[in-house]
Design a protein around this ligand. Structure first.
Ligand code: T4K
Length: 391
């Protein structure tokens, strides 16, 4: 692999650097290549490529066991998994969600004619504020979707209490939180169900993929029907459904990645600690912290740029990009400022002050298996230089 310096040399000499010479947030973690190739050969030999194949079943079984949950229903991606879970739970009318999340959380509702109602976050945790959720409940509210942003748990117990008090369904978007714990318990068993994303950019990937995990037998059975057009037998359709199936080659990638989870965590954690150490003392900057008492996947290195930092967040991002470091402003500007929500709720920002403040100050930095300490130091050197020069 080319180093960042080679990429910079290219930039200096005017040639646009190739994608693989840039440092990206979201470069996929790739587990055991040889195991993957063997799985692929087996798939060809079996000529069973999709439709609840043996590798999908094996992956479901292993994910459920890893998370200590009864059922894992694998899907083609996290967004379809969200849509199916929302539908299987019977949500309708209004559902309360954070605006500070990837837009798929809101779209999965809107796509089905359900109104996402945005509640504000706690600026310290970036997760839903239970008090804000209470303020957004109306007679049309049927549910709450908490998001475990950056893999750090949403306040599940408080949200469950609110849901119980008001007769609402509670589910979680756990797209970032695979293999993370909350109070020592694996995320996956909170609420009625939790939705995982196995997208290429995630801590654990199946190229594209996702799953819903739940301890509810009936809910799992309904979702299994829904992801396969509602087919119950060869010719019998007993339920409305869609095509949400995971394919065998995706499951193969998952099975090749699963045994390597701890290696990926170790690489992410090393990078995180190198960033934390190197960034120390640069004025106006702080790294979002992970609770050392929990298991974290450290997939996101979240830098917060304070208002009094000599360089603005956007100036930092611009400068990093000029050096081929593709930092991201996740999740700017907040779902409520994206269409169709911006037009539907033009004044939503008034009740989302923490969302707006956090969305305006976060930069996510590259990490993962493709980054090493030297690369992290280079990223921080760029940041330090920009902050020293201000603007
Ligand atoms: N809920 C939450 C909270 C989520 O964060 C997501 C997805 C979902 C639900 C929905 O789950 P899925 O339906 O996606 O399974 C990316 C991912 O596409 C998306 O999965 C993820 N969240 C989101 C946080 O990040 P973009 O629009 O930023 O993708 P893009 O194409 O800009 O790629 C991100 C970076 O990754 C780039 O710097 C390039 C790099 N990259 C990407 C791919 C695909 C690679 O280096 N190699 C690759 O193969 O959304």
């Amino acid at each position: 692999m080319k180093t960042i310096r080679q990429a910079q040399d290219l930039a200096i000499h005017g040639a646009a650097p190739a994608f693989e010479q840039q440092l990206h947030v979201g470069r996929p973690n790739i587990g055991d290549r040889e195991a993957f190739m063997q799985y692929a050969a087996d798939i060809f030999d079996r000529r069973w490529l999709s439709n609840n194949g043996p590798l999908v079943q094996e992956l479901e079984d292993k994910v459920a066991r890893h998370l200590g949950v009864k059922h894992c229903v694998a899907m083609c991606n996290g967004t379809i998994a969200l849509e199916i879970a929302i539908r299987a739970l019977g949500l309708e009318g209004e559902v309360i969600v954070p605006s500070y999340t990837f837009v798929a959380t809101a779209h999965a509702l809107q796509w089905q004619g359900i109104t996402p109602v945005f509640a504000d976050i706690d600026p310290a945790t970036h997760n839903l504020s239970p008090a804000a959720v209470r303020r957004m409940i109306t007679p049309r509210t049927t549910g709450i979707i908490g998001v475990h942003l950056w893999g750090r748990a949403a306040p599940a117990a408080e949200l469950q209490q609110i849901a119980d008090e008001h007769g609402l369904k509670l589910m979680f978007d756990a797209a970032h939180a695979f293999s993370c714990t909350s109070g020592g318990k694996m995320i996956g068993s909170f609420g009625a169900c939790e939705v995982l994303s196995f997208h290429a950019t995630k801590f654990f990937n199946t190229f594209e993929g996702g799953a819903v995990v739940t301890n509810d037998d009936d809910l799992a059975a309904t979702m299994r029907l829904m992801r396969n057009f509602g087919f119950e037998g060869l010719d019998q359709v007993s339920h409305p459904g869609t095509n949400g199936k995971m394919i065998e080659i995706a499951a193969a990638m998952g099975l090749a990645n699963l045994p390597k989870l701890d290696e990926v965590i170790a690489a992410n954690r090393r990078n995180y600690e190198t960033y934390a150490e190197a960034l120390r003392g640069i004025p106006g900057l702080s790294l979002l912290r992970y609770d050392e008492n929990e298991r974290n996947n450290y997939q996101y290195v979240v830098l917060e740029v304070a208002e009094d930092c000599p360089a603005s967040r956007d100036r930092l991002v611009e400068a990093l990009r000029a050096e081929n470091i593709m930092a991201r402003r996740y999740f700017w500007p907040g779902c409520h400022r994206m269409e169709p929500y911006r037009s539907l709720f033009p004044h939503a920002g008034l009740v989302l002050p923490a969302t707006e403040a956090v969305a305006n100050r976060v930069v996510v930095l590259p990490t993962g298996q493709t980054m090493d300490a030297e690369m992290v130091q280079t990223v921080v050197q760029v940041i330090r230089t920009v902050v020293q020069h201000g603007a």
